[in-house]
Design a protein around this ligand. Structure first.
Ligand code: FAD
Ligand code: SIN
Length: 524
Protein backbone atom coordinates (compact mmCIF):
# COMPACT_ATOMS: atom_id res chain seq x y z
CA UNK A 1 0.00 0.00 0.00
CA UNK A 2 1.28 3.47 -0.82
CA UNK A 3 2.38 5.25 2.34
CA UNK A 4 3.04 8.89 3.06
CA UNK A 5 3.76 11.22 5.93
CA UNK A 6 2.15 14.52 6.86
CA UNK A 7 2.98 16.93 9.65
CA UNK A 8 0.61 19.45 11.18
CA UNK A 9 0.30 21.22 14.49
CA UNK A 10 -3.02 19.65 15.50
CA UNK A 11 -4.86 16.54 14.40
CA UNK A 12 -8.58 16.25 15.16
CA UNK A 13 -10.19 12.88 14.56
CA UNK A 14 -13.93 13.49 14.08
CA UNK A 15 -16.07 16.22 12.56
CA UNK A 16 -19.14 16.28 14.81
CA UNK A 17 -19.95 19.06 17.28
CA UNK A 18 -17.00 18.26 19.57
CA UNK A 19 -14.35 18.02 16.83
CA UNK A 20 -15.61 21.10 14.99
CA UNK A 21 -15.79 23.22 18.13
CA UNK A 22 -12.25 22.18 19.07
CA UNK A 23 -11.07 23.04 15.53
CA UNK A 24 -12.51 26.56 15.84
CA UNK A 25 -10.56 27.07 19.07
CA UNK A 26 -7.32 25.81 17.52
CA UNK A 27 -7.62 27.39 14.08
CA UNK A 28 -5.83 30.67 14.90
CA UNK A 29 -2.95 28.78 16.52
CA UNK A 30 -1.58 26.49 13.84
CA UNK A 31 -2.19 24.07 10.98
CA UNK A 32 -4.94 21.56 11.59
CA UNK A 33 -6.21 18.44 9.88
CA UNK A 34 -9.78 17.34 10.74
CA UNK A 35 -10.52 13.75 9.75
CA UNK A 36 -13.88 12.12 9.18
CA UNK A 37 -14.27 8.51 8.19
CA UNK A 38 -17.26 9.21 5.95
CA UNK A 39 -18.66 12.37 4.33
CA UNK A 40 -17.81 15.42 6.37
CA UNK A 41 -21.48 15.90 7.30
CA UNK A 42 -22.11 12.30 8.41
CA UNK A 43 -22.13 12.26 12.22
CA UNK A 44 -24.55 11.77 15.11
CA UNK A 45 -24.47 15.53 15.47
CA UNK A 46 -26.23 16.01 12.14
CA UNK A 47 -29.10 13.75 13.19
CA UNK A 48 -29.80 15.40 16.54
CA UNK A 49 -33.48 16.23 16.77
CA UNK A 50 -34.80 17.42 20.11
CA UNK A 51 -32.39 20.23 20.77
CA UNK A 52 -29.76 21.66 23.03
CA UNK A 53 -30.29 22.22 26.74
CA UNK A 54 -29.24 25.57 28.14
CA UNK A 55 -30.45 27.70 31.04
CA UNK A 56 -31.31 30.83 29.06
CA UNK A 57 -35.04 31.23 29.51
CA UNK A 58 -36.49 33.75 31.96
CA UNK A 59 -37.95 31.02 34.13
CA UNK A 60 -34.67 29.05 34.32
CA UNK A 61 -31.37 29.25 36.21
CA UNK A 62 -28.03 27.50 35.75
CA UNK A 63 -28.46 26.15 39.29
CA UNK A 64 -31.66 24.35 38.30
CA UNK A 65 -30.03 22.93 35.14
CA UNK A 66 -27.19 21.74 37.42
CA UNK A 67 -29.62 20.03 39.83
CA UNK A 68 -31.52 18.29 37.01
CA UNK A 69 -28.27 17.03 35.45
CA UNK A 70 -26.98 15.72 38.78
CA UNK A 71 -30.30 14.01 39.51
CA UNK A 72 -30.39 12.31 36.09
CA UNK A 73 -26.77 11.13 36.62
CA UNK A 74 -28.02 9.13 39.64
CA UNK A 75 -25.20 9.98 42.04
CA UNK A 76 -22.26 9.41 39.69
CA UNK A 77 -21.81 12.79 38.00
CA UNK A 78 -18.55 14.64 38.37
CA UNK A 79 -20.06 17.71 40.02
CA UNK A 80 -17.36 20.08 38.82
CA UNK A 81 -17.83 18.86 35.24
CA UNK A 82 -21.56 19.57 35.52
CA UNK A 83 -20.97 23.02 36.98
CA UNK A 84 -18.71 23.88 34.04
CA UNK A 85 -21.28 22.54 31.53
CA UNK A 86 -24.20 24.58 32.84
CA UNK A 87 -22.19 27.75 33.58
CA UNK A 88 -20.23 27.92 30.31
CA UNK A 89 -23.16 26.72 28.17
CA UNK A 90 -25.05 30.02 27.86
CA UNK A 91 -21.97 31.91 26.59
CA UNK A 92 -21.23 29.27 23.96
CA UNK A 93 -24.85 29.28 22.75
CA UNK A 94 -24.83 33.08 22.45
CA UNK A 95 -21.58 32.78 20.51
CA UNK A 96 -23.19 30.20 18.19
CA UNK A 97 -26.08 32.57 17.60
CA UNK A 98 -23.59 35.34 16.79
CA UNK A 99 -22.10 33.00 14.14
CA UNK A 100 -25.53 32.67 12.53
CA UNK A 101 -27.29 29.78 14.31
CA UNK A 102 -31.04 30.10 14.00
CA UNK A 103 -33.06 28.66 16.84
CA UNK A 104 -36.86 28.58 16.70
CA UNK A 105 -38.64 31.55 18.22
CA UNK A 106 -42.02 32.49 19.63
CA UNK A 107 -42.44 36.05 18.45
CA UNK A 108 -39.06 37.66 19.03
CA UNK A 109 -38.12 35.38 21.94
CA UNK A 110 -36.29 32.08 21.78
CA UNK A 111 -38.64 29.13 22.09
CA UNK A 112 -37.76 26.52 24.73
CA UNK A 113 -39.22 23.04 24.93
CA UNK A 114 -39.13 20.40 27.62
CA UNK A 115 -37.75 16.88 27.61
CA UNK A 116 -37.67 14.06 30.14
CA UNK A 117 -36.32 14.78 33.63
CA UNK A 118 -35.97 18.54 33.00
CA UNK A 119 -37.86 20.56 35.57
CA UNK A 120 -38.01 23.59 33.24
CA UNK A 121 -38.54 24.26 29.57
CA UNK A 122 -34.91 24.72 28.51
CA UNK A 123 -34.32 22.99 25.18
CA UNK A 124 -33.55 25.23 22.22
CA UNK A 125 -34.46 23.70 18.86
CA UNK A 126 -34.05 24.53 15.23
CA UNK A 127 -36.29 24.00 12.18
CA UNK A 128 -38.54 22.15 14.62
CA UNK A 129 -36.78 18.83 14.91
CA UNK A 130 -33.51 19.32 12.95
CA UNK A 131 -31.36 21.00 15.59
CA UNK A 132 -28.25 18.95 14.79
CA UNK A 133 -28.28 19.97 11.11
CA UNK A 134 -28.34 23.64 12.10
CA UNK A 135 -25.44 23.24 14.54
CA UNK A 136 -23.46 21.35 11.94
CA UNK A 137 -24.18 24.00 9.27
CA UNK A 138 -22.98 26.86 11.46
CA UNK A 139 -19.91 25.07 12.82
CA UNK A 140 -18.79 23.82 9.39
CA UNK A 141 -19.18 27.33 7.94
CA UNK A 142 -17.09 28.72 10.75
CA UNK A 143 -14.40 26.07 10.32
CA UNK A 144 -14.33 26.76 6.56
CA UNK A 145 -13.54 30.40 7.26
CA UNK A 146 -10.09 29.44 8.61
CA UNK A 147 -7.48 28.70 5.92
CA UNK A 148 -5.42 26.85 8.56
CA UNK A 149 -7.94 23.98 8.70
CA UNK A 150 -7.72 21.17 6.15
CA UNK A 151 -10.51 18.59 6.07
CA UNK A 152 -9.95 14.98 5.00
CA UNK A 153 -13.16 13.04 4.44
CA UNK A 154 -13.32 9.25 4.00
CA UNK A 155 -10.15 9.04 6.10
CA UNK A 156 -10.32 6.13 8.51
CA UNK A 157 -8.08 6.31 11.55
CA UNK A 158 -6.52 2.90 12.07
CA UNK A 159 -4.47 3.53 15.20
CA UNK A 160 -2.75 6.20 17.19
CA UNK A 161 1.03 6.46 17.08
CA UNK A 162 2.29 6.39 20.66
CA UNK A 163 5.90 6.46 21.80
CA UNK A 164 6.72 6.19 25.53
CA UNK A 165 3.12 6.97 26.52
CA UNK A 166 3.14 10.08 24.33
CA UNK A 167 0.81 10.33 21.37
CA UNK A 168 2.52 11.85 18.35
CA UNK A 169 0.07 11.12 15.56
CA UNK A 170 -2.21 8.61 13.88
CA UNK A 171 -2.17 6.16 11.00
CA UNK A 172 -4.99 6.85 8.60
CA UNK A 173 -6.23 5.03 5.51
CA UNK A 174 -7.57 7.29 2.79
CA UNK A 175 -8.24 6.43 -0.84
CA UNK A 176 -5.97 3.39 -0.81
CA UNK A 177 -3.13 5.21 0.85
CA UNK A 178 -1.78 4.86 4.38
CA UNK A 179 -0.96 8.29 5.75
CA UNK A 180 0.96 8.72 8.98
CA UNK A 181 -0.10 12.09 10.28
CA UNK A 182 2.13 13.60 12.95
CA UNK A 183 0.95 16.40 15.20
CA UNK A 184 1.87 18.14 18.42
CA UNK A 185 -1.50 17.36 19.97
CA UNK A 186 -4.17 14.92 18.84
CA UNK A 187 -7.87 15.15 19.70
CA UNK A 188 -10.20 12.15 19.52
CA UNK A 189 -13.78 13.22 18.78
CA UNK A 190 -15.11 10.06 17.19
CA UNK A 191 -18.57 9.87 18.78
CA UNK A 192 -20.45 6.91 20.19
CA UNK A 193 -21.19 3.20 20.04
CA UNK A 194 -24.88 2.77 19.10
CA UNK A 195 -24.07 0.48 16.15
CA UNK A 196 -22.92 -2.21 18.59
CA UNK A 197 -26.60 -2.95 19.21
CA UNK A 198 -29.14 -4.34 16.75
CA UNK A 199 -31.61 -1.62 17.67
CA UNK A 200 -30.14 1.87 17.61
CA UNK A 201 -30.95 5.48 16.77
CA UNK A 202 -27.31 6.07 15.76
CA UNK A 203 -25.99 6.46 12.20
CA UNK A 204 -23.66 3.80 10.72
CA UNK A 205 -20.52 5.75 11.71
CA UNK A 206 -21.17 5.12 15.44
CA UNK A 207 -19.07 1.95 15.80
CA UNK A 208 -17.03 2.87 18.88
CA UNK A 209 -13.78 3.29 16.90
CA UNK A 210 -12.36 5.97 19.19
CA UNK A 211 -12.78 3.88 22.33
CA UNK A 212 -11.11 0.85 20.73
CA UNK A 213 -8.29 2.94 19.25
CA UNK A 214 -7.63 4.65 22.61
CA UNK A 215 -7.72 1.31 24.44
CA UNK A 216 -5.17 -0.22 22.05
CA UNK A 217 -3.00 2.86 22.54
CA UNK A 218 -3.00 2.27 26.32
CA UNK A 219 -5.44 4.98 27.46
CA UNK A 220 -7.77 4.45 30.43
CA UNK A 221 -11.51 4.25 29.71
CA UNK A 222 -14.17 4.89 32.33
CA UNK A 223 -17.77 3.79 33.07
CA UNK A 224 -18.26 1.88 29.81
CA UNK A 225 -21.26 -0.03 31.21
CA UNK A 226 -23.51 3.03 31.07
CA UNK A 227 -25.44 2.87 27.79
CA UNK A 228 -28.53 5.01 27.40
CA UNK A 229 -31.45 3.42 25.55
CA UNK A 230 -33.86 5.91 24.01
CA UNK A 231 -37.46 4.87 24.70
CA UNK A 232 -38.90 5.75 21.30
CA UNK A 233 -37.47 4.70 17.98
CA UNK A 234 -39.77 3.93 15.06
CA UNK A 235 -40.62 0.24 15.01
CA UNK A 236 -41.31 -1.45 11.70
CA UNK A 237 -39.89 -4.57 10.11
CA UNK A 238 -39.86 -2.87 6.72
CA UNK A 239 -38.56 0.60 7.65
CA UNK A 240 -35.22 1.83 8.97
CA UNK A 241 -34.91 2.60 12.66
CA UNK A 242 -35.58 6.27 13.19
CA UNK A 243 -35.60 8.38 16.34
CA UNK A 244 -38.89 9.85 17.52
CA UNK A 245 -37.70 12.74 19.61
CA UNK A 246 -38.50 12.94 23.28
CA UNK A 247 -39.65 16.48 22.52
CA UNK A 248 -42.85 14.84 21.19
CA UNK A 249 -43.63 13.75 24.74
CA UNK A 250 -42.31 17.09 25.98
CA UNK A 251 -45.08 18.74 23.92
CA UNK A 252 -47.80 16.34 25.18
CA UNK A 253 -47.61 13.03 23.26
CA UNK A 254 -48.20 9.91 25.38
CA UNK A 255 -47.14 6.27 25.30
CA UNK A 256 -49.78 3.54 25.10
CA UNK A 257 -49.48 -0.23 25.11
CA UNK A 258 -50.97 -2.30 22.29
CA UNK A 259 -54.27 -2.41 24.19
CA UNK A 260 -54.45 1.39 23.98
CA UNK A 261 -53.72 1.93 27.70
CA UNK A 262 -51.37 4.61 29.02
CA UNK A 263 -48.87 2.92 31.31
CA UNK A 264 -45.80 4.99 32.25
CA UNK A 265 -47.57 6.53 35.26
CA UNK A 266 -47.58 3.03 36.84
CA UNK A 267 -43.77 3.08 36.83
CA UNK A 268 -42.88 6.69 37.73
CA UNK A 269 -44.62 9.78 39.08
CA UNK A 270 -43.31 11.88 36.15
CA UNK A 271 -45.16 9.49 33.80
CA UNK A 272 -44.24 10.06 30.14
CA UNK A 273 -41.54 12.54 31.12
CA UNK A 274 -39.81 10.22 33.59
CA UNK A 275 -36.05 9.63 33.11
CA UNK A 276 -35.19 7.72 29.93
CA UNK A 277 -33.99 4.54 31.61
CA UNK A 278 -37.25 4.24 33.58
CA UNK A 279 -39.39 4.82 30.47
CA UNK A 280 -37.32 2.36 28.39
CA UNK A 281 -37.70 -0.36 31.04
CA UNK A 282 -41.41 0.43 31.46
CA UNK A 283 -41.84 -0.12 27.70
CA UNK A 284 -39.98 -3.44 27.89
CA UNK A 285 -42.25 -4.57 30.76
CA UNK A 286 -45.38 -3.59 28.83
CA UNK A 287 -44.13 -5.37 25.71
CA UNK A 288 -43.51 -8.52 27.75
CA UNK A 289 -46.89 -8.25 29.54
CA UNK A 290 -48.80 -7.79 26.30
CA UNK A 291 -46.70 -10.18 24.17
CA UNK A 292 -45.94 -7.38 21.70
CA UNK A 293 -42.69 -6.19 20.15
CA UNK A 294 -43.64 -2.53 20.34
CA UNK A 295 -45.85 0.03 22.08
CA UNK A 296 -47.40 3.16 20.56
CA UNK A 297 -46.72 6.86 20.73
CA UNK A 298 -49.99 8.76 20.53
CA UNK A 299 -49.91 12.38 19.33
CA UNK A 300 -53.67 12.93 19.52
CA UNK A 301 -53.36 15.38 22.48
CA UNK A 302 -51.47 17.71 20.06
CA UNK A 303 -53.01 19.95 17.42
CA UNK A 304 -52.41 18.60 13.88
CA UNK A 305 -51.07 21.84 12.40
CA UNK A 306 -48.79 22.30 15.40
CA UNK A 307 -47.39 18.76 14.89
CA UNK A 308 -46.60 19.39 11.20
CA UNK A 309 -44.92 22.71 11.96
CA UNK A 310 -43.08 21.68 15.10
CA UNK A 311 -41.91 18.21 13.91
CA UNK A 312 -41.59 18.47 10.11
CA UNK A 313 -38.79 15.91 9.78
CA UNK A 314 -40.53 13.30 11.93
CA UNK A 315 -43.85 13.96 10.19
CA UNK A 316 -42.43 13.54 6.67
CA UNK A 317 -40.24 10.55 7.54
CA UNK A 318 -43.10 8.60 9.15
CA UNK A 319 -45.35 9.47 6.20
CA UNK A 320 -42.85 7.80 3.85
CA UNK A 321 -43.58 4.60 5.78
CA UNK A 322 -47.34 5.07 5.67
CA UNK A 323 -47.76 6.42 9.19
CA UNK A 324 -49.50 9.78 9.36
CA UNK A 325 -48.53 10.91 12.84
CA UNK A 326 -51.38 13.43 12.99
CA UNK A 327 -53.87 10.51 12.82
CA UNK A 328 -52.12 7.20 13.39
CA UNK A 329 -50.56 5.73 16.48
CA UNK A 330 -46.80 5.40 15.90
CA UNK A 331 -45.27 1.97 16.66
CA UNK A 332 -42.15 2.48 18.80
CA UNK A 333 -39.67 0.51 20.84
CA UNK A 334 -36.44 1.41 22.66
CA UNK A 335 -33.04 1.53 20.95
CA UNK A 336 -29.41 2.12 21.97
CA UNK A 337 -28.81 5.85 21.81
CA UNK A 338 -25.83 7.18 23.78
CA UNK A 339 -22.85 6.02 25.86
CA UNK A 340 -22.09 7.91 29.07
CA UNK A 341 -18.68 6.24 29.51
CA UNK A 342 -15.66 6.60 27.28
CA UNK A 343 -12.03 7.65 27.19
CA UNK A 344 -11.25 9.08 30.62
CA UNK A 345 -10.35 12.76 30.55
CA UNK A 346 -9.89 15.59 32.98
CA UNK A 347 -11.94 18.76 32.63
CA UNK A 348 -9.59 20.08 29.94
CA UNK A 349 -9.99 16.99 27.76
CA UNK A 350 -6.61 15.48 28.66
CA UNK A 351 -6.53 11.69 28.53
CA UNK A 352 -4.08 9.50 30.44
CA UNK A 353 -1.76 9.54 27.40
CA UNK A 354 0.36 12.63 26.99
CA UNK A 355 -0.52 14.63 23.88
CA UNK A 356 -3.84 12.81 23.44
CA UNK A 357 -7.09 14.64 24.16
CA UNK A 358 -10.70 13.48 23.83
CA UNK A 359 -14.02 15.30 23.62
CA UNK A 360 -17.71 14.67 22.95
CA UNK A 361 -19.39 11.30 23.15
CA UNK A 362 -16.12 9.34 22.91
CA UNK A 363 -14.87 11.00 26.10
CA UNK A 364 -15.83 10.56 29.73
CA UNK A 365 -15.40 13.60 31.94
CA UNK A 366 -18.07 12.15 34.23
CA UNK A 367 -20.45 14.98 33.30
CA UNK A 368 -23.33 12.58 32.61
CA UNK A 369 -22.70 10.21 35.52
CA UNK A 370 -24.76 7.03 35.15
CA UNK A 371 -27.40 8.58 32.90
CA UNK A 372 -27.37 11.62 30.61
CA UNK A 373 -30.00 14.31 30.90
CA UNK A 374 -31.70 14.73 27.52
CA UNK A 375 -30.16 17.32 25.15
CA UNK A 376 -27.06 17.78 27.29
CA UNK A 377 -24.70 16.17 24.78
CA UNK A 378 -24.74 18.83 22.09
CA UNK A 379 -24.01 21.30 24.87
CA UNK A 380 -21.22 19.04 26.10
CA UNK A 381 -19.74 19.03 22.58
CA UNK A 382 -19.65 22.82 22.54
CA UNK A 383 -18.38 23.37 26.08
CA UNK A 384 -15.84 20.56 26.26
CA UNK A 385 -14.90 20.80 22.57
CA UNK A 386 -13.88 24.39 23.23
CA UNK A 387 -12.04 23.58 26.48
CA UNK A 388 -10.24 20.66 24.85
CA UNK A 389 -9.16 22.83 21.92
CA UNK A 390 -7.70 25.37 24.36
CA UNK A 391 -5.75 22.80 26.36
CA UNK A 392 -4.50 21.02 23.22
CA UNK A 393 -3.13 24.40 22.09
CA UNK A 394 -1.48 25.09 25.46
CA UNK A 395 0.11 21.65 25.47
CA UNK A 396 1.51 22.14 21.95
CA UNK A 397 3.37 25.32 22.89
CA UNK A 398 6.20 23.34 24.46
CA UNK A 399 6.23 20.40 22.07
CA UNK A 400 8.75 20.02 19.28
CA UNK A 401 7.43 18.75 15.96
CA UNK A 402 8.32 15.11 15.27
CA UNK A 403 11.40 14.66 13.07
CA UNK A 404 11.98 10.97 12.64
CA UNK A 405 9.86 7.96 13.33
CA UNK A 406 9.72 4.27 12.70
CA UNK A 407 6.29 2.93 11.92
CA UNK A 408 5.90 -0.80 11.88
CA UNK A 409 3.57 -2.97 9.90
CA UNK A 410 2.74 -0.87 6.89
CA UNK A 411 2.15 -3.93 4.72
CA UNK A 412 -1.26 -4.36 3.20
CA UNK A 413 -2.72 -7.37 5.05
CA UNK A 414 -4.34 -10.26 3.19
CA UNK A 415 -8.10 -9.78 2.86
CA UNK A 416 -9.91 -11.34 5.79
CA UNK A 417 -11.42 -14.72 4.95
CA UNK A 418 -14.02 -14.60 7.70
CA UNK A 419 -17.55 -13.47 6.95
CA UNK A 420 -17.29 -10.25 8.95
CA UNK A 421 -20.81 -9.11 8.00
CA UNK A 422 -22.21 -12.23 9.62
CA UNK A 423 -20.07 -11.70 12.73
CA UNK A 424 -21.20 -8.07 12.92
CA UNK A 425 -24.89 -9.05 12.73
CA UNK A 426 -24.44 -11.75 15.42
CA UNK A 427 -22.52 -9.31 17.63
CA UNK A 428 -25.23 -6.64 17.39
CA UNK A 429 -27.98 -9.15 18.17
CA UNK A 430 -26.01 -10.56 21.09
CA UNK A 431 -25.29 -7.12 22.57
CA UNK A 432 -28.97 -6.20 22.30
CA UNK A 433 -30.15 -9.41 23.97
CA UNK A 434 -27.45 -9.94 26.58
CA UNK A 435 -25.90 -6.54 27.32
CA UNK A 436 -29.01 -4.45 26.60
CA UNK A 437 -31.64 -2.60 28.62
CA UNK A 438 -31.88 -5.36 31.23
CA UNK A 439 -28.77 -7.39 32.03
CA UNK A 440 -27.81 -10.08 34.55
CA UNK A 441 -24.71 -12.07 35.44
CA UNK A 442 -25.82 -15.01 33.31
CA UNK A 443 -26.48 -12.95 30.17
CA UNK A 444 -23.27 -10.96 30.60
CA UNK A 445 -21.18 -14.11 31.12
CA UNK A 446 -22.71 -15.63 27.98
CA UNK A 447 -21.78 -12.48 26.04
CA UNK A 448 -18.27 -12.53 27.46
CA UNK A 449 -17.79 -16.17 26.40
CA UNK A 450 -18.91 -15.41 22.84
CA UNK A 451 -16.67 -12.34 22.67
CA UNK A 452 -13.76 -14.52 23.73
CA UNK A 453 -14.35 -16.76 20.69
CA UNK A 454 -14.06 -13.67 18.49
CA UNK A 455 -11.12 -12.23 20.41
CA UNK A 456 -8.56 -13.18 17.72
CA UNK A 457 -10.25 -10.66 15.38
CA UNK A 458 -9.41 -7.83 17.78
CA UNK A 459 -5.71 -8.73 17.42
CA UNK A 460 -5.70 -8.90 13.60
CA UNK A 461 -4.05 -6.33 11.35
CA UNK A 462 -6.59 -4.79 8.98
CA UNK A 463 -6.59 -1.75 6.73
CA UNK A 464 -10.10 -1.61 5.28
CA UNK A 465 -12.97 0.31 6.88
CA UNK A 466 -15.29 -2.70 6.94
CA UNK A 467 -12.73 -4.92 8.70
CA UNK A 468 -11.51 -2.23 11.08
CA UNK A 469 -15.03 -1.35 12.17
CA UNK A 470 -15.80 -4.96 13.12
CA UNK A 471 -12.50 -5.19 14.98
CA UNK A 472 -13.26 -1.96 16.87
CA UNK A 473 -16.85 -3.01 17.60
CA UNK A 474 -15.61 -6.27 19.12
CA UNK A 475 -13.06 -4.48 21.32
CA UNK A 476 -15.59 -1.90 22.50
CA UNK A 477 -18.17 -4.65 23.13
CA UNK A 478 -15.64 -6.40 25.38
CA UNK A 479 -15.08 -3.20 27.37
CA UNK A 480 -18.82 -2.62 27.82
CA UNK A 481 -19.50 -6.24 28.79
CA UNK A 482 -16.60 -6.48 31.26
CA UNK A 483 -17.59 -3.21 32.91
CA UNK A 484 -21.25 -4.29 33.11
CA UNK A 485 -20.20 -7.55 34.78
CA UNK A 486 -18.02 -5.72 37.27
CA UNK A 487 -20.75 -3.25 38.24
CA UNK A 488 -22.74 -5.54 40.52
CA UNK A 489 -25.66 -3.22 41.18
CA UNK A 490 -28.35 -1.28 39.35
CA UNK A 491 -27.69 2.40 38.90
CA UNK A 492 -28.73 4.92 36.25
CA UNK A 493 -28.93 3.32 32.84
CA UNK A 494 -27.18 0.15 34.02
CA UNK A 495 -29.90 -2.22 35.20
CA UNK A 496 -29.04 -5.66 36.57
CA UNK A 497 -32.13 -7.83 36.99
CA UNK A 498 -30.17 -10.16 39.30
CA UNK A 499 -29.13 -7.40 41.74
CA UNK A 500 -31.80 -4.80 42.48
CA UNK A 501 -29.77 -2.64 44.91
CA UNK A 502 -27.06 -0.19 43.88
CA UNK A 503 -24.27 -2.53 45.00
CA UNK A 504 -21.54 -2.01 47.58
CA UNK A 505 -19.19 -0.22 45.16
CA UNK A 506 -21.77 2.03 43.60
CA UNK A 507 -19.92 5.28 44.29
CA UNK A 508 -16.85 4.03 42.43
CA UNK A 509 -16.23 4.19 38.71
CA UNK A 510 -15.16 1.30 36.53
CA UNK A 511 -11.99 1.61 34.50
CA UNK A 512 -10.57 -0.38 31.59
CA UNK A 513 -6.93 -0.49 30.67
CA UNK A 514 -5.12 -2.76 28.19
CA UNK A 515 -2.63 -3.96 30.80
CA UNK A 516 -4.58 -3.62 34.04
CA UNK A 517 -7.85 -5.11 32.73
CA UNK A 518 -11.24 -3.92 33.97
CA UNK A 519 -11.24 -2.74 37.59
CA UNK A 520 -12.81 -0.34 40.06
CA UNK A 521 -11.15 2.90 40.85
CA UNK A 522 -11.50 5.38 43.65
CA UNK A 523 -14.67 6.68 45.19
CA UNK A 524 -15.93 10.02 43.98
P1 FAD B 1 -20.32 12.68 16.25
O1 FAD B 1 -21.22 13.80 15.96
O2 FAD B 1 -20.90 11.32 16.19
O3 FAD B 1 -19.10 12.72 15.22
C1 FAD B 1 -18.17 11.67 15.17
C2 FAD B 1 -17.16 11.96 14.08
O4 FAD B 1 -16.07 11.06 14.21
C3 FAD B 1 -17.69 11.79 12.67
O5 FAD B 1 -17.21 12.86 11.88
C4 FAD B 1 -17.03 10.48 12.20
O6 FAD B 1 -16.80 10.40 10.80
C5 FAD B 1 -15.72 10.54 12.94
N1 FAD B 1 -15.09 9.22 13.13
C6 FAD B 1 -15.53 8.17 13.86
N2 FAD B 1 -14.67 7.15 13.79
C7 FAD B 1 -13.64 7.57 13.01
C8 FAD B 1 -12.44 6.96 12.54
N3 FAD B 1 -12.10 5.70 12.85
N4 FAD B 1 -11.61 7.69 11.74
C9 FAD B 1 -11.93 8.96 11.37
N5 FAD B 1 -13.06 9.57 11.78
C10 FAD B 1 -13.90 8.89 12.59
N6 FAD B 1 -28.00 15.09 21.74
C11 FAD B 1 -28.52 16.26 22.17
O7 FAD B 1 -27.91 16.93 23.01
N7 FAD B 1 -29.70 16.70 21.67
C12 FAD B 1 -30.41 16.02 20.74
O8 FAD B 1 -31.47 16.46 20.29
C13 FAD B 1 -29.90 14.78 20.28
N8 FAD B 1 -30.57 14.04 19.37
C14 FAD B 1 -29.98 12.93 18.86
C15 FAD B 1 -30.62 12.24 17.83
C16 FAD B 1 -30.02 11.14 17.25
C17 FAD B 1 -30.71 10.42 16.13
C18 FAD B 1 -28.74 10.71 17.71
C19 FAD B 1 -28.06 9.54 17.07
C20 FAD B 1 -28.11 11.37 18.75
C21 FAD B 1 -28.73 12.49 19.33
N9 FAD B 1 -28.10 13.19 20.36
C22 FAD B 1 -28.65 14.36 20.80
C23 FAD B 1 -26.76 12.82 20.81
C24 FAD B 1 -25.72 13.72 20.12
O9 FAD B 1 -26.14 13.95 18.79
C25 FAD B 1 -24.35 13.08 20.10
O10 FAD B 1 -24.00 12.61 21.37
C26 FAD B 1 -23.31 14.12 19.67
O11 FAD B 1 -23.71 14.73 18.45
C27 FAD B 1 -21.95 13.47 19.50
O12 FAD B 1 -21.08 14.42 18.94
P2 FAD B 1 -19.56 14.05 18.71
O13 FAD B 1 -18.92 15.24 18.11
O14 FAD B 1 -18.99 13.49 19.95
O15 FAD B 1 -19.59 12.83 17.65
C1 SIN C 1 -34.36 13.42 21.36
O1 SIN C 1 -34.65 14.31 20.57
O2 SIN C 1 -35.19 12.71 21.94
C2 SIN C 1 -32.90 13.15 21.61
C3 SIN C 1 -32.38 14.10 22.59
C4 SIN C 1 -31.11 13.61 23.19
O3 SIN C 1 -30.71 12.47 23.01
O4 SIN C 1 -30.47 14.38 23.91
Amino acid sequence: MKTSIEKVDFLIIGGGVAGLRAAIELAPRGRIIVLTKDKFTESSTGYAQGGIAVALSDEDEVGIHYEDTIKAGDGLCNEEAVRILVEEGPRLIRELISWGAEFDKEGSNLSFTREAAHSKKRILHSHGDSTGKELERVLINKVRSFPSVVRYDFAFTVDLIVVNNRCIGASVVRRNELINIFAKSIILATGGTGQLFSRTTNPPIATGDGMAIAYRAGAVLQDMEFIQFHPTSFYSLSAPQFLLSEALRGEGAVLKNINGEQFVQKYHAMADLAPRDTVARAIVSEMVNTGANHVYLDLSPLDNDFVKKRFPLIYSTCLQFNVDITHDLIPVSPAAHYIMGGVKTDLQGKTTIEGLFASGEVACTGVHGANRLASNSLLEGLVYGSRTGKSAAEYAVNVQGQDSFQIRNQERPKPCELNLDEIKTSLKQMMWEKVGIIRCEESLKAAKAKLKEWDFITKAHFLSRQELEVKNMLTTAQLITDSALLRDGSIGAHYRSDIKGRGLNWRSHTECHREKGTTWYSEQ
